[in-house]
Design a protein around this ligand. Structure first.
Ligand code: TYD
Length: 138
């Protein structure tokens, strides 16, 4: 069941296709991912106690999941904050534009896979929280 979160974000359940050989999760456009996938990146080897993210996007939509291990995602839509643990490869987190997000408490084995609907573009980032809040209030 899809779970609605703040800022239009959602937890999208992915199907674990397991058999005696192990497990597999697929992410397919329109079935699981509500956008055209133009980029994928993986975050790994994050040091203990190191936060990442700390930004929002003007336009980019992303789907994030922990392939292995876990991390805590903090979502902030300028009105409230919400914690989401990404601790299972079947939990896909859709992060919408104009949602400030931070990742904390990475386990040492965490591999965070992120799918995005835009190529990397630094101009799409809002990296200053006060600037984000001003834009979110406007
Ligand atoms: P950064 O946005 O700081 O990572 P995070 O949001 O996880 O804290 O990105 C780290 C570096 O990687 C930075 O130099 C930009 C670069 N980068 C790319 O080249 N392509 C990408 O798709 C992403 C997400 C980052």
């Amino acid at each position: 069941m899809t779970t609605s979160l703040i800022g239009g974000c959602r937890l999208i359940p992915l199907v674990r296709r397991g058999d005696r050989r192990g497990s597999l999760v697929a992410m397919e456009r329109d079935k699981d991912v509500p956008f055209e996938i133009l980029r994928a990146y993986a975050v790994f080897d994050t040091g203990p106690g190191v936060p990442r993210g700390n930004h929002a996007h003007h336009a980019c939509r992303q789907l994030a999941l922990s392939v292995t291990g876990r991390c805590r995602m903090v979502l902030d839509d300028g009105k409230s904050r919400q914690d989401v643990w990404l601790d299972d490869p079947t939990k896909g987190l859709l992060i919408e534009p104009m949602v400030w997000h931070e990742m904390h408490e990475f386990s040492s084995d965490n591999v965070l896979l992120v799918l995005a609907d835009m190529p990397y573009d630094e101009a799409d980032y809002i990296r200053d929280y006060d600037n984000f809040m001003a834009l979110a209030r406007a």
